[in-house]
Design a protein around this ligand. Structure first.
Ligand code: HGY
Ligand code: MN
Ligand code: MN
Ligand code: MN
Length: 410
């Protein structure tokens, strides 16, 4: 008998994804009114489904279905409902809504499940205007420091104020820190955000590991000047210096390491950004990712020394800040086996693969055994308006995750 309601599951995707900023399709940036609106919609769905609903000190939204043995540590099914700009109908949303559908199926069919199940929308998984990602799951793992709470957005508001705006209580953030072992299992369904499932004609993927991510913020201070009267050999141009540093990251990341590495400059802010002013200052964001911590360290140190060299040569000042580091994780054989069996009970087109994207599972791996199921996304693309997943794959993913929960909690 089919427990997952395919049409209802698919309908929730559209209901939430269309709660988007008027001027930016498929966008619900964390800590905005739209983000709060989307979470109000989610909490109503949770309450209407008979779940206990709360927003914790880290402003994580939690919907709880009490198990038959409530003293057992809970199973957490999580992901995120915030998006990158113009970026997500499925990224994050799919995992939260699959969790909602799973608890609905359990409740409606009176299936006895020992463990309490918590469906969690973790706050600000995407790098926000405050420069930090996985904010809510960091609050649970204890990796959301006082210094991070003081990070500011371009308007000068602090992350602490933003968490309060999202319904959290940052001055008591320590209250939502969890102890290792206080969660029985963390599961996350996510679109792959890459082409591997498609290339292998697979419907479901069992994730074998998740990259670590090192984030830096680099500030280049040159000398703003009149672009018409300042000769080329008398400039301290912050933008050309920052551009050479960006190309240096690209060439270092193209080097040979024990595992594949990617390096990206995705944010690049030029000041004063006027066509007739020699750029005085550039702030840019750097991220380096790999399954290998050693490779991340090697690329990071090589990049930072190149930045020093270029600054010296171009007579500009630099400040490099270590914004955050999330560790790479390897999924345990036990959890991989659990997910392989549950996925294979739904479809024979199952493969194993690593995740080049970071997830809340990175932080959750510090607290509990974690497992992830991937579903294919169209053309392997994500973080763009074209991001799309097929109803059937999403349905298979939710069914497989339900199987995994029932098998784990029998
Ligand atoms: O950036 C990532 O890897 C994820 O999509 N937040
Ligand atoms: Mn993302
Ligand atoms: Mn995501
Ligand atoms: Mn002028």
């Amino acid at each position: 008998m089919d427990l997952i309601n395919k049409e209802r599951l698919w309908g929730t995707i559209n209901d939430l994804a269309t709660i988007t900023m008027e001027d930016q399709p498929w966008t619900r940036r964390s800590f905005t009114a739209k983000y709060n609106e989307g979470r109000e919609w989610l909490m109503k769905q949770m309450r209407d489904s008979g779940l206990e609903v709360e927003i914790d000190e880290g402003s994580n939204v939690i919907g709880r279905l009490i198990g038959t043995e409530p003293n057992l540590p809970p199973i957490v099914i999580g992901s995120h409902t915030d998006t990158v700009p113009n970026g997500g109908r499925f990224d994050g949303i799919a995992g939260v809504l699959a969790g909602l559908e799973i608890v609905r199926a359990i409740k409606e069919n009176d299936i006895p499940v020992k463990h309490t199940i918590e469906v969690v929308d973790f706050t600000s998984e995407e790098p926000s205007e405050y420069g930090l990602s996985t904010v809510g799951s960091r609050a649970w793992s204890g990796n959301l420091t006082e210094e991070m709470l003081s990070y500011t957005n371009p308007a000068g508001q602090t992350l602490s104020e933003a968490i309060a705006y999202a319904g959290g209580n940052p001055s008591h953030i320590k209250n939502c820190k969890k102890e290792k072992g206080s969660i029985a299992l963390y599961l996350e369904l996510h679109i792959e955000q890459g082409p591997v499932l498609l290339r292998n004609n697979a419907s479901l993927g069992v994730v074998t590991g998740i990259v670590g991510i090192q984030r830096y913020k680099v500030t280049v201070d040159g000398l703003p000047n009149h672009s018409g009267t300042t000769p080329m050999n008398m400039r301290n141009d912050a933008l050309t210096a920052a551009s050479e540093m960006t190309l240096a990251l690209e060439s270092v990341a193209n080097g040979k390491f024990d595992q594949p590495v990617v390096g990206t400059v995705g944010v690049f802010n030029n000041f004063p950004n006027a066509s007739n002013v020699v750029p005085g200052k550039v702030e840019f964001a750097v991220e380096i990712r790999s399954i290998s911590e050693k490779a991340i360290d090697e690329v990071g140190s090589e990049f930072l020394s190149k930045v020093e060299e270029i600054a010296l040569k171009r007579e500009v000042k630099i400040k490099t800040e270590n914004v955050s580091r999330s560790g790479a994780i390897v999924i345990s054989n036990e959890i991989k086996q659990l997910l392989k069996e549950s996925c294979s009970s739904i479809t024979e087109k199952v493969i194993e693969l690593p995740s080049g994207a970071g997830h809340d599972a990175n932080q959750m791996s510090l607290l509990a055994p974690v497992g992830m199921i991937f579903i294919p996304c169209k053309d392997g693309r994500s973080h763009c308006p074209e991001e799309w997943a097929e109803k059937e794959d999403f349905y298979f993913g939710a069914k497989a995750m339900l199987q995994a929960v029932l098998a784990f909690s029998k």
